[in-house]
Design a protein around this ligand. Structure first.
Ligand code: AMP
Length: 542
């Protein structure tokens, strides 16, 4: 027997409808790519999105067409997403930090038909446009006055393009399982793989993200998503914010400490989210200037492990609660968040930091387990680590075009490629990417544990641990360190600092100081490049 409730499909544009009806005057503030701060509202964004949908349809785009975006976080980018989805199209976020040829490869794989692009990235498009035969039209996210000369024959300024649309359009009545968005994984090994979100998965993910014990956002929040919309859906904030009606502050192209601080302060931001490297810049700026964060209440940190020292600094020096989060493009992306349960809520000091160093527990809608290589489930004891597998309504069921089949099993579990353990309270801790873990004498050493510990040293800005070939132990850890400006800690000082805080045999065999550690297009330490740089390195113990 079926229930007798209404069939109300979970469609992304309903999020914007809701925001426009209940929170129509709520501001969306952007640092525009042209420079000045621009202010709009959810009601205006909805009107703009209707015009975009109307124009796309008029120009012959069909439901299911992929429409790419290559843009910073701004109101115009947000409008584009909703306009594309509202006519049944699929927004496809491109990561401008990739090499132009990789972007062209991804666009061809997705067969993108149109592209919304920021002024900043127009030169990239000029370079690759003739390598993407499917691309019919380039819409430059600016007005006629700022439209530069371009070698592209099919480019038009966004505001000019929209000028003859009146927005008299009805969102398409779509199936909630229709594709809504697309994002390719960064692909540090092999070709990038496409993840195809549905309307249903995006809406459910937005609800999951907003839950009190997940990100916990409301209409009274002012949300600054520093995490780009081109990186894993801006962690759902482009959907959760209109869902709850929160004021949005979009940082545009300027992500340095001073620029982010300016927005946090002038717009009275209460909630923000980004990868650790962004917060490194902000904390450095605060230290140099002596500025404080009077309005900010919560910061979500993920994408790579949040160093303990960073959590401590935010909480102790600035009174900002840190939520450590883990996720993946394939998970829309939220997987776990490190908020407190009754079992952990009363912990203070180092014991609380011990919990916060873990990546947290799954909200409703995400299931997880760790298994050994024979797919046997491992106990939740806080120490036995293995392959982390997940499933849920906002987790990919396959990649676009069928690549990477081996990562999905018959019971619907997706193998994340991460190595982790889970404790008695359900808190998961990532110890490594499966391909980065250091194998010493048949045992595994967690590179993340070494890195977290090393950045706790006052002279260390960033650290990376990699395995170096060793005649006796197979591999041993080398610690690569970027010192803070003006500092040059010695190997003995650093190892002395780490000693006693980890198993003795985990201590790195050597330490090298470098000016810079390479990062991937999504801000993670590029271990493949580092391993390549140090492939002939001779450890003193070898
Ligand atoms: P992406 O799809 O680019 O977001 O990358 C996902 C991967 O980033 C995960 O599989 C993890 O390896 C890594 N990652 C994300 N969040 C964290 C975190 N909080 N701690 C450690 N690794 C993380």
């Amino acid at each position: 027997m079926n229930g007798l409730m209404q069939d109300w499909p979970l469609l992304c544009h309903k999020l914007l409808d809701h925001a426009a009806i209940q929170h129509g005057h709520r501001e969306v503030v952007s640092r525009s790519v042209e420079g000045p701060i621009m202010r709009t509202t959810y009601a205006e964004i909805r009107q703009k999105a209707l015009k975009i949908a109307q124009k796309l349809q008029r120009e012959g785009y069909k439901p299911g067409d992929r429409v790419a975006t290559l843009a910073w976080n701004t109101a115009r980018h947000l409008e584009s997403w909703y306009g594309i989805m509202g006519m049944g199209g699929v927004y496809h976020t491109l990561n401008p930090r990739l090499f132009p040829d990789q972007i062209a490869w991804i666009m061809n794989h997705a067969e993108d038909k149109a592209l919304f692009v920021d002024l900043t990235f127009l030169p990239i498009v000029e370079k690759i446009a003739d390598k993407v035969p499917s691309l019919k039209q380039v819409i430059v996210l600016t007005d006629a006055a700022h439209m530069p000369k371009t070698s592209l024959t099919n480019a038009v300024a966004y505001e000019e393009w929209l000028a003859d649309a009146d927005g008299d359009f009805r969102w398409l009545a779509l199936d909630e399982n229709a594709a809504a968005g697309m994002c390719y994984t960064s692909g540090t090994t092999g070709d990038p793989k496409g993840v195809l979100y549905s309307h249903r998965s995006n809406v459910l993910h937005a609800m999951i993200a907003a839950l009190p014990d997940a990100m916990g956002v409301s209409s009274r929040d002012v949300i600054l998503p520093v995490v780009p919309m081109f990186h894993a859906n801006a962690w759902g904030l482009a959907q959760s914010s209109p869902m709850v009606g929160a004021k949005l502050v979009m940082p545009g192209a300027k992500l340095d400490g001073a620029s982010i601080y300016e927005l946090l302060n002038t717009e009275k931001v209460t909630f923000t989210a980004a990868v650790p490297t962004v917060w490194l810049m902000l904390l450095q700026f605060l230290e140099e200037t002596g500025n404080k964060l009077p309005y900010l209440k919560k910061v979500v940190i993920g994408g790579s492990a949040c160093p303990r020292a960073m959590t401590k600094k935010f909480q102790d020096a600035y009174g900002v609660e840190v939520i450590h989060a883990w996720g993946m493009t394939e998970m829309s992306p939220l997987g776990t968040l490190g908020t407190m349960k009754p079992e952990t809520a009363d912990l203070t000091g180092e014991a609380r930091l011990d919990v916060q160093q873990k990546q947290g527990y799954t909200p409703f809608g995400v299931e997880m387990k760790v298994t050994d290589d024979e797919n046997r489930e491992l106990p939740w004891d806080g120490k036995t680590f293995g392959r982390l597998k997940v499933r849920g309504p906002a987790v990919a069921s396959s990649y676009y075009g069928g690549a990477g089949k081996e990562q999905f099993d018959a019971d619907g579990w997706f193998d994340t490629g991460d190595v982790a353990h889970i404790d008695e309270n359900g808190y998961m801790e990532i110890t490594d990417r499966a391909k980065d873990v250091i194998k010493s004498g048949g045992e595994w050493i967690s590179t993340i544990a070494l890195e977290n510990l090393a950045v706790g040293h006052p002279d260390v800005a960033e650290a990376a641990a990699i395995g170096i070939a060793h005649p006796k132990w197979d591999e041993r850890p080398l610690l690569v360190v970027v010192p803070k400006a003006g500092k040059s800690p010695t190997k003995d000082e650093l190892l002395g600092f780490m000693q006693g805080k980890i198993a003795k045999w985990w201590l790195p065999d050597d330490v090298v100081l470098v000016k810079e550690i390479p990062h991937t297009a999504t801000g993670k330490i590029q271990k493949t490049t580092l391993r390549d740089t140090f492939k002939d390195y001779k450890l003193p113990t070898a």
